[in-house]
Design a protein around this ligand. Structure first.
Ligand SMILES: Cc1ncc(COP(=O)(O)O)c(C=O)c1O
Length: 425
């Protein structure tokens, strides 16, 4: 970014948000962005796992532009077609249990709404959340977020009746998947015995693969047992698929990897490929039991965002079938890198949602210096990367789903060289 723009930026814009770089971009196309000086960068941050169809996809741009020319806001005053079309298309690709939607604008807002729905409909107050989860930054959603204590610092007291229980982190705990699953489930069962009665619990709120919390996919038996426990006790299984949804894991929604269906599904991020839109989907009987007027929004379901979302579903239908092969290729390449870089402790994920954990050689102690070095190296070589986990030591590898194999290889080559340079230091 030019120094004059930084000065203007700092003068009028609060510093609370953490910018990953000072690079000023002016355009984007597919996996690439171009900065103000004409330099091109491979964008493997994808706007924090939002641009699944890539930057500036022509079919999505055309749909949004067409809507923009005709009508761009209605609020709750009028009905309009793009909202209905987007909802129809999303319901058609969502798990069968998700029969009706309600649109909002941001992921956190829809997380909040999902818990409001769960509390209102069940008449219960308790909410179970899983350590390491990220559900957003609003007061309610930050009360459910435990990916890092820094997000909660200074904001206490948070919402009451939120019960935090472990999510299986096999690598971090030095356990097998079976042991980690058993430990997490034992803790959950003890909480239901000692801290809150099951019939006081409205929801299990869970990411099928933790995002910000280190890119940990839940083990299959863990998710299946959550489904069973929810059924046994009349608790709603609320899946936060804000980051995992819309093809990121190689399926429309990550729940498909587990053979389970949620009662409530929270969607955001990639839903409209970058226009602000989010949704709470649920079984029809749950949406119908959420009384009219007990929730609402001004901007949610914006006509332009909905037009983009509808076009996005059509585009993703063409891209998702290609994700497993791209993912297999990326995992094979990272497995090879792991044999050559002692800094890589673990590679995990689903589809093109891949976490590469950087540690001190010889153990699983997070290396806090590795990712900052790598991110700078990568940027200097034309690649943007993000991190995750509270020690900021996990590469959050999230290219657009339209990434060609050549660009995938280019990015992994840069990571390979960057880790080589770090290890030689
Ligand atoms: C799983 C998950 N839920 C909720 C959110 C919050 O979404 P938003 O930033 O749009 O409020 C995020 C954002 O990273 C997320 O990854």
């Amino acid at each position: 970014m030019t120094s004059s723009l930084i000065q203007r930026h700092q003068k009028v814009y609060g510093p609370v948000i953490n910018w990953d770089s000072d690079v000023e971009i002016v355009s984007g196309q597919g996996c690439w962005v171009t900065d103000v000086e004409g330099e091109r960068y491979l964008d493997f941050a994808s706007g924090i796992a939002v641009l699944n169809a890539g930057h500036n996809h022509p079919a999505i741009v055309a749909a949004a532009r067409d809507q923009l020319d005709r009508l761009w806001h209605a609020g709750g005053a009028f009905r309009y077609e793009s909202l209905v079309t987007a909802a129809e298309k999303i319901v058609a690709v969502a798990p069968p249990s998700i029969e009706k939607l309600f649109f909002m604008s941001a992921g956190a807002e829809s997380v909040e709404a999902s818990i409001k729905l769960a509390r209102r409909v069940t008449g219960r107050q308790g909410v179970f959340v899983f350590r390491g989860a990220f559900h957003g930054r609003t007061m309610g959603s930050v009360s459910y977020t435990t990916s890092s204590a820094k997000y909660r610092r200074g904001y206490h007291p948070l919402l009451p009746s939120v019960f935090v229980t472990p999510f299986p982190h096999p690598y971090r705990w030095g356990m097998s998947e079976e042991e980690a699953t058993e430990h997490a489930l034992r803790e959950l069962t003890l909480k239901l015995k000692h801290e809150v009665m099951p019939d006081e619990v409205a929801a299990f709120l869970v990411e099928p693969m933790q995002g910000e919390g280190g890119y940990y996919p839940a083990p299959v038996p863990f998710m299946r047992r959550l489904r069973e426990l929810a059924d046994e006790h009349g608790i709603l299984l609320v899946l936060d698929e804000v980051q995992t949804g819309f093809g990121r894991t190689g399926k429309w929604f990550a729940s498909e990897h587990y053979g389970i269906e949620p009662d409530v599904l929270v969607m955001g991020k990639a839903i409209a490929n970058g226009l602000p839109l989010s949704a709470v989907g649920a079984r029809a009987r749950l949406q119908d039991a959420w009384p009219t007027g007990s929730h609402g929004t001004t901007f949610g379901g914006n006509p332009v965002a909905c037009a983009a979302a509808a076009a996005n579903v059509d585009v993703l239908a063409g891209l998702i079938p290609g994700v497993p092969a791209l993912a297999e290729h990326a995992f094979a390449r990272f497995a090879d890198l792991r044999t050559r870089h002692a800094t890589i402790g673990d590679v995990r994920g689903l589809g093109l949602m891949i976490g590469v954990e950087l540690v001190k050689p010889g153990g699983n102690t997070p290396d806090p210096d590795a990712f900052p070095f790598l991110a700078t190296y990568a940027r200097e070589h034309g690649l943007f990367l993000l991190d995750c986990w509270s020690d900021a030591n996990v590469i959050r590898f999230v290219p657009p789903l339209c990434v060609p194999t050549e660009e995938l290889n280019l990015a992994i080559d840069i990571i390979d060289a960057g880790l080589g340079a770090y290890e030689k230091k």
